[in-house]
Design a protein around this ligand. Structure first.
Ligand code: HEM
Length: 525
């Protein structure tokens, strides 16, 4: 009897293992053989030379050698803004198909790298359903939730409609005070450290800005619950490192469900983020119900308000969806802006002449002390130009991905259904045909006639992407960066510390690998 049960169980286990193995094999075949073959065949029909395997598995000995050469040098000279060999080392081994369209490997997935502005414009401005984003890797999903960045189709339309009012300019202007107050606290701390050290202090600003921007989003998104918001920040920071580690390794399909040490840690952190956000939202709903008044003027309150107004059952977001959105704007809202500030300090620290010009503008428009208003920020034209140039050279998002849901004609190139498209923002931002012969240099003056007229293409600056799925938080980020830089320039002169190693690295977002030590000198009052 027991023998029969035992052999039955063994049979079931064997059948389950066989099913898993068959699924893996099927996925691997589709992924590595059938898809590349189908896409390469479609390109071959357009007269692209070379056999399909060579096109898709273009990793010939020659290109491997180029790849090794491209990745061998690690640090850059601090005056060099050519970050491409570091963040997209494959670029020298790409096989060019049509001018600026390349075959590329995204991990183990073949992709088309679209380096032509005309094609990029078509992709980003066409119907979003035609070029959806590919499914996010689980680690990134754990970091940001299924919020606006990853939702698709009707869900995306519904989410965007509910979240948008929170980012309207008049609402954002009311948040300038909170942004400046958070930055003011950091600056006071730097001042007191400098006072104890003869008026000078060295600060690792990357770390400081990570905390500052987390503070700003905690205050502006969660108002009085900002302390709990900070806990979300700490958990998300660790999740980001786990996400990065998982990109760097090749994983078997389904590996994300195995109870490995890293997965167990990831699940614990995900639970922590969710539980904290549920507590914040529950509290807000309870308070609003008890006082029978609005949900509040922070991002969460404005989103809950818009959600309640449109409540016809179908169009409202569920509790889970609201949590996803909170996770999204919490991560998207602080990490990117923190790196923007860090790179702006790097560029100003290595270009003292620009630092002087900006300081003169800030002192003229905002005075030597007191609060900085939204109206004063509007007058900081030079500060704005430097921020745009920072976004061009060191934008936090170096590339974005789309897929094709039908065969499409992209400016004469027929791209088959199901092709992964990679838009290499960092490369496009250095295209000298569009930006001019000085594309590789720091020259904020190119933005003097507004952002749309800085280059030969009106939407050449892609740091916030473009079209209907462009960044919802760009005004928020610009305002925060302007206010923080203005406050720093007013109180300190600064330079990049000699210890700094120029190693821009893409850990989900572009950041200096070993941080950015800056020497700050307090200015005479
Ligand atoms: C310097 C700062 C920022 C940069 C460089 C940046 C960049 C981007 C880029 C490139 C995209 C498009 C991604 C894609 O198409 O795959 C995007 C989307 C998005 N960003 Fe930002 N972002 C910044 C700040 C912010 C802030 C402050 C928030 C919110 C508080 C935010 C929230 C979002 C959201 C929700 C989306 C998805 C929009 C949609 O698909 O409808 N971002 N961002």
């Amino acid at each position: 009897m027991f023998g029969m049960v035992g052999s039955g169980a063994a049979l079931m286990v064997a059948a389950a293992l066989a099913a898993v193995a068959a699924t893996w094999l099927w996925a691997a075949l589709a992924h590595l053989v059938w898809r590349p073959y189908a896409v390469a065949r479609a390109f071959a029909r357009q007269g692209v030379r070379g056999p399909a395997y060579r096109l898709y598995f273009g990793n010939t000995r020659e290109s491997k050698a180029m790849l090794r050469a491209a990745t061998s040098g690690h640090t850059l000279d601090r005056s060099s803004h050519d970050i491409i060999p570091r963040v997209m080392p494959q670029h020298r081994a790409w096989t060019s198909l049509y001018g600026k369209v390349y075959l590329w490997w995204f991990g183990s997935t073949p992709a088309l790298c679209v380096g032509s502005y005309d094609m990029v414009k078509r992709i980003l401005s066409d119907k979003v359903e035609l070029y959806p984003k590919p499914s996010p890797p689980p680690a990134l999903l754990a970091l940001m939730g299924m919020g606006l960045v990853f939702t698709q189709g009707d869900d995306w339309v519904r989410h965007r409609r509910i979240v948008s009012p929170a980012f309207a300019m008049d609402k954002l202007k009311m948040m300038t005070g909170a942004m400046a107050a958070c930055a003011g606290e950091v600056i006071r701390e730097w001042e007191s450290r400098a006072a104890a050290n003869g008026g000078e202090v060295m600060v690792e600003v990357g770390k400081q800005f990570a905390e500052l921007t987390a503070d700003v989003i905690s205050h502006t998104a969660f108002g009085s619950s900002y302390r709990q918001g900070k806990e979300v920040f700490l958990a998300q920071r660790e999740l980001q490192l786990i996400a990065f580690a998982s990109f760097a390794t090749t994983r078997l399909p389904g590996a994300q469900y195995a109870p490995t040490k890293s997965n167990l840690r990831r699940w614990r952190l995900e639970r922590k983020v969710r539980d904290t956000l549920v507590a914040i939202i529950d509290e807000r709903m309870r308070m609003a119900a008890a006082k029978e008044e609005a949900y509040g003027h922070d991002l969460l309150g404005l989103m809950l308000e818009a959600n309640a107004c449109g409540e016809d059952g179908k169009s409202a977001m569920s509790m889970d969806e609201i949590i996803d959105e909170c996770e999204t704007f919490f991560f998207a809202g602080h990490d990117t802006t923190s790196h923007l500030l860090t790179w702006a300090m790097f560029l100003l620290g290595t270009h003292p002449e620009w630092q002087h010009r900006l300081r003169a503008e800030v002192l003229r428009e905002c005075g030597t002390g007191g609060a900085i208003t939204g109206d004063a920020l509007n007058k900081l034209k030079l500060v704005m130009m430097v921020i745009y140039e920072t976004l061009r050279l060191y934008g936090a998002v170096t590339r974005i991905l789309r897929t094709t849901t039908a065969d499409v004609d992209l400016c004469g190139v027929k791209v088959p259904k199901g092709t992964l498209l990679l838009i290499p923002i960092a490369m496009l931002h250095r295209d000298d045909e569009i930006w001019g012969a000085d594309a590789g240099e720091f020259n904020p003056l190119r933005f003097r006639n507004d952002v749309g007229r800085a280059a030969a293409h009106p939407s050449a600056l892609l740091a916030f992407a473009a079209g209907p799925r462009s960044c919802i938080g760009q005004d928020f980020a610009m305002m925060e960066a302007q206010a923080t830089l203005a406050l720093i320039l007013r109180r300190f002169a600064f330079e990049v510390a000699p210890e700094y190693v120029h190693a821009p690295t893409d850990i989900v977002t572009l950041q200096p690998l070993q941080g950015l030590p800056i020497v700050l000198k307090v200015l005479d009052p």
